[in-house]
Design a protein around this ligand. Structure first.
Ligand code: ADP
Ligand code: MG
Length: 340
């Protein structure tokens, strides 16, 4: 029998390969695999469901991640996918697999973070599962949300001429991670040296305690704008704009000048000899929203805080391009995270 390495398909190729033979049988399954969340029709409202799994050693490292922060972040990354559908999360379930390395006190810490996120975002913990693992910890969270059918936003709605918008600065979480990884290496080599995070609070906070942008979803409602397409930025701007372009059947032009980068991110990138725009395009875990709007709606969002116009949707034939500060045009490459 043939044996194909999963690396030959990549994460998205693998998902497509595994799920392509599953047609949706129920009319209530409005959206299945392929967006930030699935959509189930439910009377006047739609139920929106998203799930994520975090594996110790792959997605988090407890050498520098406090359990409380881990709990908080695990919830936030799921809620972000619900907001990306222009819906509001209402419930979560939390499933954990743990080795005997974890004490009740350690798990209390994890759940303190989970509780803080539930309180802040107004969601209820309604279930889950607890089991043992031979090694390390796995956390799987499902978020369930609610939205009006006609207000939900998919990755597939972008049209030529739409403006591409971002809700906040990018690249910080990636640099925060580089910093924590570097301090961990130093600490492993010389345990008596204390880590020095002076002037790097912003990037570290963006990595350890991200927030999901429910304020933006509320603002859309307030000013009565519905984005034509939306996705949350978990894998980097380049990867996410590719998802929108692929599913909408369009191309895009991103202006480097329009991609917001925090000054601390910029300084830190240079320290690590990285190009700040590359960190913004290909770093991950910022959990900002990337959305497109009709140009005539630009007036309505102009006065909302923290919305940056970063480009325009083009015809598919024009590809996905980056216009640099120096005036050059490059083909954008979607790198994203390699999980395998
Ligand atoms: P996100 O980055 O927004 O969390 P993912 O890239 O993880 O989204 O997933 C993309 C889509 O593929 C989603 O609709 C998700 O539900 C679906 N998906 C991922 N893994 C599987 C799987 N093993 N089986 C079925 N669907 C999956
Ligand atoms: Mg997402």
């Amino acid at each position: 029998m043939q044996r194909t390495d999963v690396n030959t398909l990549g994460e998205f190729g693998l998902i497509e390969h595994l799920t392509k033979a599953f047609p949706l049988r129920n009319p209530s399954s409005l959206k299945g695999v392929g967006d930030d969340a699935a959509v189930i029709e439910n009377g006047d409202f739609c139920t929106v469901v998203s799930t994520d799994m975090l594996v110790e050693g792959i997605h988090f490292d407890l050498a520098y991640t406090p359990l409380k922060h881990l709990g908080y972040k695990s919830v936030v990354v799921n809620l972000s996918d619900i907001y990306a559908m222009n819906a509001l999360p209402k419930q979560i379930t939390v499933s954990i697999a743990i080795s005997n390395r974890y004490s009740v006190e350690a798990l209390d810490e994890l759940y303190t973070g989970i509780r803080a996120a539930c309180e802040y975002y107004g969601v209820d913990l309604v279930g889950g599962d607890t089991t043992s693992s031979p090694k390390g910890m796995v956390i799987s969270i499902t978020a369930i949300g609610q939205g009006q059918k006609e207000r939900l936003t998919y990755r597939s709605g972008a049209r030529v001429g739409d403006l591409i918008c971002i809700t906040g600065d990018l690249g910080a979480a990636y640099l925060g991670l580089q910093l924590l990884e570097r301090e961990k290496r130093i600490w492993q080599e010389t345990p008596d040296v204390q880590p020095n995070f002076e002037n790097q609070q912003y990037t570290i906070t963006r990595q350890l305690k991200p927030e999901a942008r429910f304020d933006v979803i509320e603002a859309f409602h307030r000013v009565d704008v519905k984005p034509t397409a939306m996705i949350d930025i978990s894998d980097g701007l380049a990867s996410e704009i590719f998802h929108i372009c692929k599913q909408s059947g369009v191309g895009a032009l991103i202006e480097e000048n329009g991609v917001p980068i925090h000054p601390e991110t910029e300084l830190l990138a240079l320290k690590f000899k990285l190009d700040p725009i590359t960190c913004a395009l290909s770093g991950g875990e910022d959990y900002e929203l990337l959305f497109t709007i009709r140009p005539e709606d630009a007036e309505k969002i102009k006065f909302l805080p923290e919305i940056y116009i970063a480009g325009e949707i083009l015809d598919a034939s024009q590809g996905v391009k980056l216009s640099t500060k120096g005036g050059n045009l490059h083909d954008l490459k979607a790198q994203g995270w390699k999980h395998f």
